[in-house]
Design a protein around this ligand. Structure first.
Ligand SMILES: *Cc1c(COP(=O)(O)O)cnc(C)c1O
Length: 385
């Protein structure tokens, strides 16, 4: 469909590193759940059969450092030197910990979150604001604690990280592993993110948090768990935080989850974020170009930034019937995108698993389905994703 043909793709061999899906399936939702690396299957088999099955409690010797070790590996993807990233809990819980800790360390101040922000971020801030008696506002008017996504989950818009008078907690869920992130270089103080999107950690894999090293001494987790205590196994009276970022651990970490994150992030590191970013921009540009040509006449409009530098690795197409279209694509066309209310068809183009031909074929199938009215009369009740 594109006159220029298919560009050369140095990342093409990486597709082979993932477990196969049906040959005809176009999986365009890797920004919601990344595909399964073959190495993860092997690793989990070893952890389950050898380490858990035979090693049993003795394996804690090797497991105990996993949140810090895997955190450092995630750090290598997001530009954080060792000792500042911890892999644990969910993004939601990590955000809760950091917002409370920031309020304690920097003093009471308004919390800021946009009404367009990812729901869990808004809900957590509503709860913390109510518990701590500080205002929650959509825009900062004075020194505040701001929570903001680096890549917007709906439009894919990429934020510019600049020095700020505010304490900004960046949510990297949609950016880590898809666009370059340089936390140390950018002077970021605090960040959180999940690992099951572009970092390939699997459903419910542990998320991560980043606390810049010079702030660690002053920030304390509101959850006083035994894994975050200094000299944990002395089982002493009272809680004292551990010295480093591991003070943000709460309870026993998910060892199976951490092993899966380690394999996923290794694969991303091997491919290299710069190459992933270059292909991501080329894939999204191809989609935007084809959407203008073939989907605009069918009522679609590109809702993502048109400049590839200003967007992440997904493109959202606005259409009044986006919900029935997304469902019909799954049921009738072997295309898996997702829908984001009220009217966005979100198309994730994970650079490690999406081929340029897949973009052409997806546009062809979307156009074909909508032109023949395949989405008309589709039951849209009870849809989960
Ligand atoms: C996916 C995502 C999350 C996920 O939160 P969990 O608690 O790990 O489920 C949070 N924030 C943003 C911006 C996301 O895109």
């Amino acid at each position: 469909m594109v006159g220029s043909g298919v560009p050369s793709d140095p990342l093409a061999p990486f597709l082979d590193r993932f477990v196969d899906i049906e040959p005809d399936l176009l999986y365009l939702d890797g920004n919601s759940l990344g595909r399964l690396p073959k190495a993860t299957v092997e690793r989990l088999r070893t952890v389950v059969e050898e380490e858990w099955g035979r090693g049993l409690v003795r394996s804690w010797e090797a497991w105990i450092d996993a949140p810090v070790r895997v955190g450092d590996l995630v750090g290598s993807i997001i530009g954080a030197a060792a000792g500042q990233v911890l892999c644990c809990d969910s993004t939601t819980v990590n955000l809760y910990k950091l917002v409370h800790a920031a309020l304690d360390a920097f003093g009471p101040r308004p919390l800021v979150v946009s009404p367009d922000e990812f729901p869990t971020d808004r809900y957590v801030l509503e709860g913390v604001a109510a518990a701590r008696g500080v205002p929650l506002v959509p825009e900062a008017t004075g020194p505040s604690i701001v929570v903001r996504s680096h890549v917007d989950y709906r439009t894919g818009e990429l934020a510019v990280v600049e020095p700020s008078e505010h304490v900004v907690i960046w949510d990297l869920s949609h950016s880590a592993g898809s666009v370059p992130v340089h936390l140390d270089e950018w002077g970021v103080r605090l960040a959180v993110g999940c690992t099951y999107k572009h970092l390939l950690g699997g459903p419910g894999a542990p998320a991560y948090l980043y606390v810049r090293s010079d702030l660690q001494e002053d920030l304390r987790s509101p959850i006083r768990g035994w894994f975050g205590r200094r000299d944990q196994f002395r089982m002493g009276a009272g809680y004292e935080p551990a010295a480093g970022v591991d003070r943000f651990l709460a309870g026993t970490p998910s060892i199976l989850g951490l092993a899966a994150v380690e394999e996923g992030v290794r694969l991303v590191a091997e491919a290299g974020v710069d190459r992933i970013r270059a292909k991501g921009m080329a894939l999204t540009s191809r989609l935007v170009e084809l959407a203008d040509e073939h989907l605009r006449p069918l009522g679609f409009e590109v809702a993502s930034p048109r400049d590839p530098e200003r967007r992440g690795a997904h493109v959202s197409l606005r259409h009044a019937d986006a919900l029935p279209i997304s469902r019909a694509l799954v049921e009738q066309a072997q295309v898996v995108p997702d829908f984001r209310p009220p009217d966005l068809l979100r198309i994730g183009l994970s650079p490690l698993t999406t081929r340029f031909e897949d973009v052409d074929e997806a546009v062809r199938r979307i156009a074909e389905l909508v032109a023949r009215g395949g989405h008309v009369g589709i039951d849209v009740s009870g849809r989960v994703t």
